[in-house]
Design a binder for this molecule. Structure first.
Ligand SMILES: Cc1cc2nc3c(=O)[nH]c(=O)nc-3n(C[C@H](O)[C@H](O)[C@H](O)COP(=O)(O)O)c2cc1C
Length: 178
């Protein structure tokens, strides 16, 4: 699909078709798409915890998401929990290269997550990035190591309906040319 078209049709989807599944090979293709994003010194510190078995999916939804995100992600085929390894991106020999510190790791992960949701849409799947989640419970459920920061949980599935486009700010509100 043309990138222009992908930009136009991608939405955050909060309702998924029941009874659908997605092959692990498709999830892997999506994650390979995410890996194509640029990262700080190619450090590739993003990590992905994929929950795609029905029992674990419902356990993670119930224990790690607030009720509104549980509802939005119900019938999703998978939840992809995204993290990054701390103190690598933006760091040299354990010291931060500048004032941003670990925000560079989050920056890299955000770029990868952007590629991820676009690749998913390219393959006919929908997504919802969820930043409101229980970090401690995710660590416990998925054995996420202490040297990783937990970021978003991304629901992946086949959307039910077509959400409206959420308007973007005018360029002159966010851009200055010099
Ligand atoms: C970092 C981040 C965290 C988000 N967290 C949530 C969330 O917890 N629950 C939710 O319903 N939507 C969440 N969203 C989705 C945004 O509300 C959505 O992207 C925004 O309203 C624009 O809509 P669109 O994605 O359809 O273009 C999140 C998006 C981002 C990028």
């Amino acid at each position: 699909m043309e990138l222009k078209e992908l930009f136009q049709i991608r939405r955050s989807v909060r309702s998924y078709q029941e009874g659908k599944t997605v092959e692990r090979s498709v999830i892997e293709e999506i994650l390979r798409g995410a890996q194509m994003a640029p990262t700080w010194k190619n450090s590739q510190t993003g990590r992905y915890y994929v929950v795609d078995t029905p029992e674990k999916l419902s356990e993670v939804q119930k224990t790690c998401l607030p009720s509104f995100n549980q509802k939005s992600s119900s019938h999703a085929c998978a939840l992809i929990v995204t993290t990054f390894v701390r103190d690598v991106a933006g760091y040299t020999a354990g010291n931060p290269d500048n004032e941003m510190g670990n925000q560079w790791g989050a920056y890299d992960l955000g770029l990868q997550n952007a590629y991820l949701i676009l690749k998913a849409r390219d393959l006919g799947l929908d997504t919802l990035i969820m930043g409101i989640r229980d970090e401690k419970e995710l660590r416990r459920q998925l054995d996420i190591p202490e040297n990783e920061d937990v970021a978003a949980v991304i629901a992946l599935g086949y959307g039910d309906g077509e959400p409206a486009f959420r308007p973007r700010k005018d360029l002159d509100e966010i851009v200055k040319f010099y």
